[in-house]
Ligand binder design. Structure first.
Ligand code: HEC
Ligand code: HEC
Length: 188
């Protein structure tokens, strides 16, 4: 999807959100999520993250952060603001409890050496889980364009909702971040 098209989808989504609001059921709101995050769990736009099968506690934290302004996104902030705390808990549990979408195997690039350091928190197989610094998200199979974008946002300080990830990403040159993203996206 092109940025312009995504923007139109976003406008449509925001209209839906403001029309529906509290009258809507959680299931209806989850349908809205699927319009961008993929009916089958795979977003057609590679800058949109896979959320189906992501760690539930991580999803909840991100939705809370968008809602209270700790993480900023033109699209997600207004969507999260339209959700109540209990809806966020339910939606995070539903997506987190579902199975990560299957994709055909992709050729695995050579392992970029900085990825060894990521495993302490994101787990050896990059499926994420509880880390000393909080709930680390699954990275294995995540869309590479989204991963590059979020690593850049940490490095630039644009995404400041993690005390660990900002300094870590600043220490990696952009070429390393891109190689890491391509490697992680190819993991199954
Ligand atoms: C119009 C498209 C669109 C819709 C509708 C949408 N999202 Fe998103 N979502 C995005 C984009 C784009 C991002 C990446 C934003 C960023 O970089 O911070 C995102 C990011 C997220 C993230 C962060 C994931 C991560 O790995 O950090 C979560 C969680 C999320 N969305 C949940 C939802 C839920 C739940 C709904 C429905 C209530 C929803 N989204 C509806 C486009 C959308
Ligand atoms: C000390 C623990 C720790 C280490 C080491 C670590 N991470 Fe993280 N990472 C986290 C936590 C915790 C989060 C979630 C932050 C939050 O709560 O918003 C995260 C988030 C991320 C995200 C955001 C994913 C998304 O869906 O938006 C990316 C990408 C990421 N880490 C990549 C890496 C890479 C690549 C490395 C190694 C070079 C690495 N991390 C090393 C703990 C760690």
């Amino acid at each position: 999807m092109h940025t312009a098209k995504l923007f139109l989808v976003a406008l449509a989504a925001m209209t839906l959100v403001s029309e529906a609001r509290s009258a809507d059921t959680v299931a209806t709101k989850e349908q809205l999520c699927a319009s961008c995050h993929g009916q089958n769990g795979l977003p057609s736009d590679q800058t949109v993250p896979i959320i189906r099968g992501q760690q539930a506690a991580y999803l909840k934290k991100q939705l809370d952060d968008y809602r209270n302004g700790d993480r900023d996104s033109q699209i997600m902030s207004s969507i999260a603001e339209s959700l109540s705390e209990s809806e966020i808990a339910q939606i995070a549990a539903d997506f987190g409890g579902a199975k990560w979408p299957e994709e055909p195997k992709a050729p695995l690039p050579a392992i970029p050496s900085p990825t060894a350091a990521c495993k302490a928190c994101h787990r050896a197989d990059f499926t994420g889980g509880m880390a000393p610094s909080g709930m680390a998200p699954r990275l294995a199979g995540q869309n590479s364009a989204y991963l590059v974008g979020s690593m850049t946002a940490y490095a630039d300080g644009e995404r400041a909702n993690s005390a660990v990830m900002g300094p870590l990403m600043q220490s990696l040159p952009p070429a390393d971040r891109k190689a890491i993203a391509e490697y992680l996206a190819a993991l199954r």
